[in-house]
Ligand binder design. Sequence first.
Ligand SMILES: [Zn+2]
Length: 572
Amino acid sequence: MDAALKEILLIEAEKHALYNALKYQGPSQVKTVMGILMADYPDFRQFANEIPALISPLIEQVNSLEISAQLQRLTNIDSDLAERLEEEFVEEPKRQLPDLPNANSYGQIRMRVAPNPNGPWHIGHARMPSVIGTYKSLYDGWFVCRFDDTDPATKRPLLEAYDWILEDIQYLGFEPDEVIMASDRLNFYYEHALKLINLGGAYTCTCPSSEFSNLKNSGRPCPHRENTIEQTLNEFQDMVDGNFSAGDVVLRVRTDLANPNPAIRDWVAFRMVDVPHPREVAQTHRCWPLLDFQSAIDDHLLEITHIIRGIDLQDSAKRQQYLYDYFNWNYPEVVHWGRINIDDHPVPLSTSSMSDSIKSGNFTGWSDLQLPTLKNLERRGIQGGAITSSMIDLGTSTNNITLSISTIYSKNRSHIDEVADRLFFIKNPSEKQIFGRNLPETVEIPVHPDHPDRGFRKLAITPSIFIDSSDIPGAEDILYLKGIGSVRYTRDSFEFIEDDFSSAQSQSMPIIHWLPSTHEQLCLKTSQGEFNGIVESTICNYNSGDLIQFERVGFAKLDINSGVYAAYFSHP
Ligand SMILES: [Zn+2]
């Protein structure tokens, strides 16, 4: 490609990448931009092989810009396109989330996604980063991904899950401004515990938990509540030094024993855990804060302005309010939302139940395609943007809401239909002879029905062809072999009649796909199992990660390993 053409290419690629990123509020894909360039600029087509490498750094750069900077840049290089975008925005307002409470009272909106990395994220987990990431763009705000990983025993962190979750956030189209791990921050929590003890706000308690529970439920104090600050400081230091075992002692926050809700009364801030934390840097700690204490301290230290949390966690705010009162801090604004359920997926959205099912052998592992994890959706070619926009559509109501996986599929379809090339794939091949006067030797079928400019697949009509065994017609039935024409099924063979699609259409003939005797093997991996079928030889033009529509089967994402073809099924 000469320098002049290359310059045009880069300008066109940049503006379409900007336009796409802005329009769909997510990162632009090289493949999408390629599709547009190939369709609109015939001169580029002969360089189709070298273009992805030329434009992908540019697209990465576009994706790294803030929305405001993307819009500014697009206005600079193509004001018409920027205007068109604005018109489209007016037609379909994107701001579906309610305003954040008292947003104007804060210099900067600061929020947090606070996962416990005890497993990979499932679809339900996508809601928090989708909403917070969207608020970040709307308010030009800031968000942190804070791993609340202070439970080494019962909700034990899984080391791989830290990276998985960060990859998931990126997959959804967002980038945290900061990433921190609570297990790195024990000294902050200890420091604040000491301050709290000195303020008279906490005491160590060695009551057996059932005994304490009885006292608490009847609104009575335990004897340790009267311990001196000195005594408490000493005992807490022993906790930190690991001189106790699990169950021996806890540090309680002194609240109000007359509080009508027993769950708020003198709650536990720290306890002993015998099991070492899986992260090497945190392995020596035995005295661990509970989530209410840890997140309260971190929310303040990180200057979080708005918290989004489940309505079932309302007690947390009430417990934490006591800490904020002792320290004379202002509690962040809280938005409560309801639970999210998924109605048409057989596996429930629960990390612990998925984990149990893996242990009991019902699933092969976290990558089992039946599991509704984000990693699996990504593997299957579901675009992060399709998930994000489904989540934004749900809003932030306090009602429990139900999401259909089919909603995500239908959004995904509109995301990938344009980019996915069409290919024939046959799950259960059955060989048939084909003959007839005027039977052509080869046929050409468009790579994409809406974009003839993207070229044609050439298929040879060999003396024997393959169709799916589910498509075998009855004797003397007439059907239409896509690309070839109408054929009559007679004596286990196809007799060619004519190549007239409109006549086939007017007779509502079944249209089926087929493959010549030269083809490749492909394993289609679905949540219902694997299908070892056959696919067009042109599969060799594609790469791992490419999105394809197997005609009459569905969308899939290719997975090619040293010439062995496989694909993950997305949806019909
Ligand atoms: Zn006690």
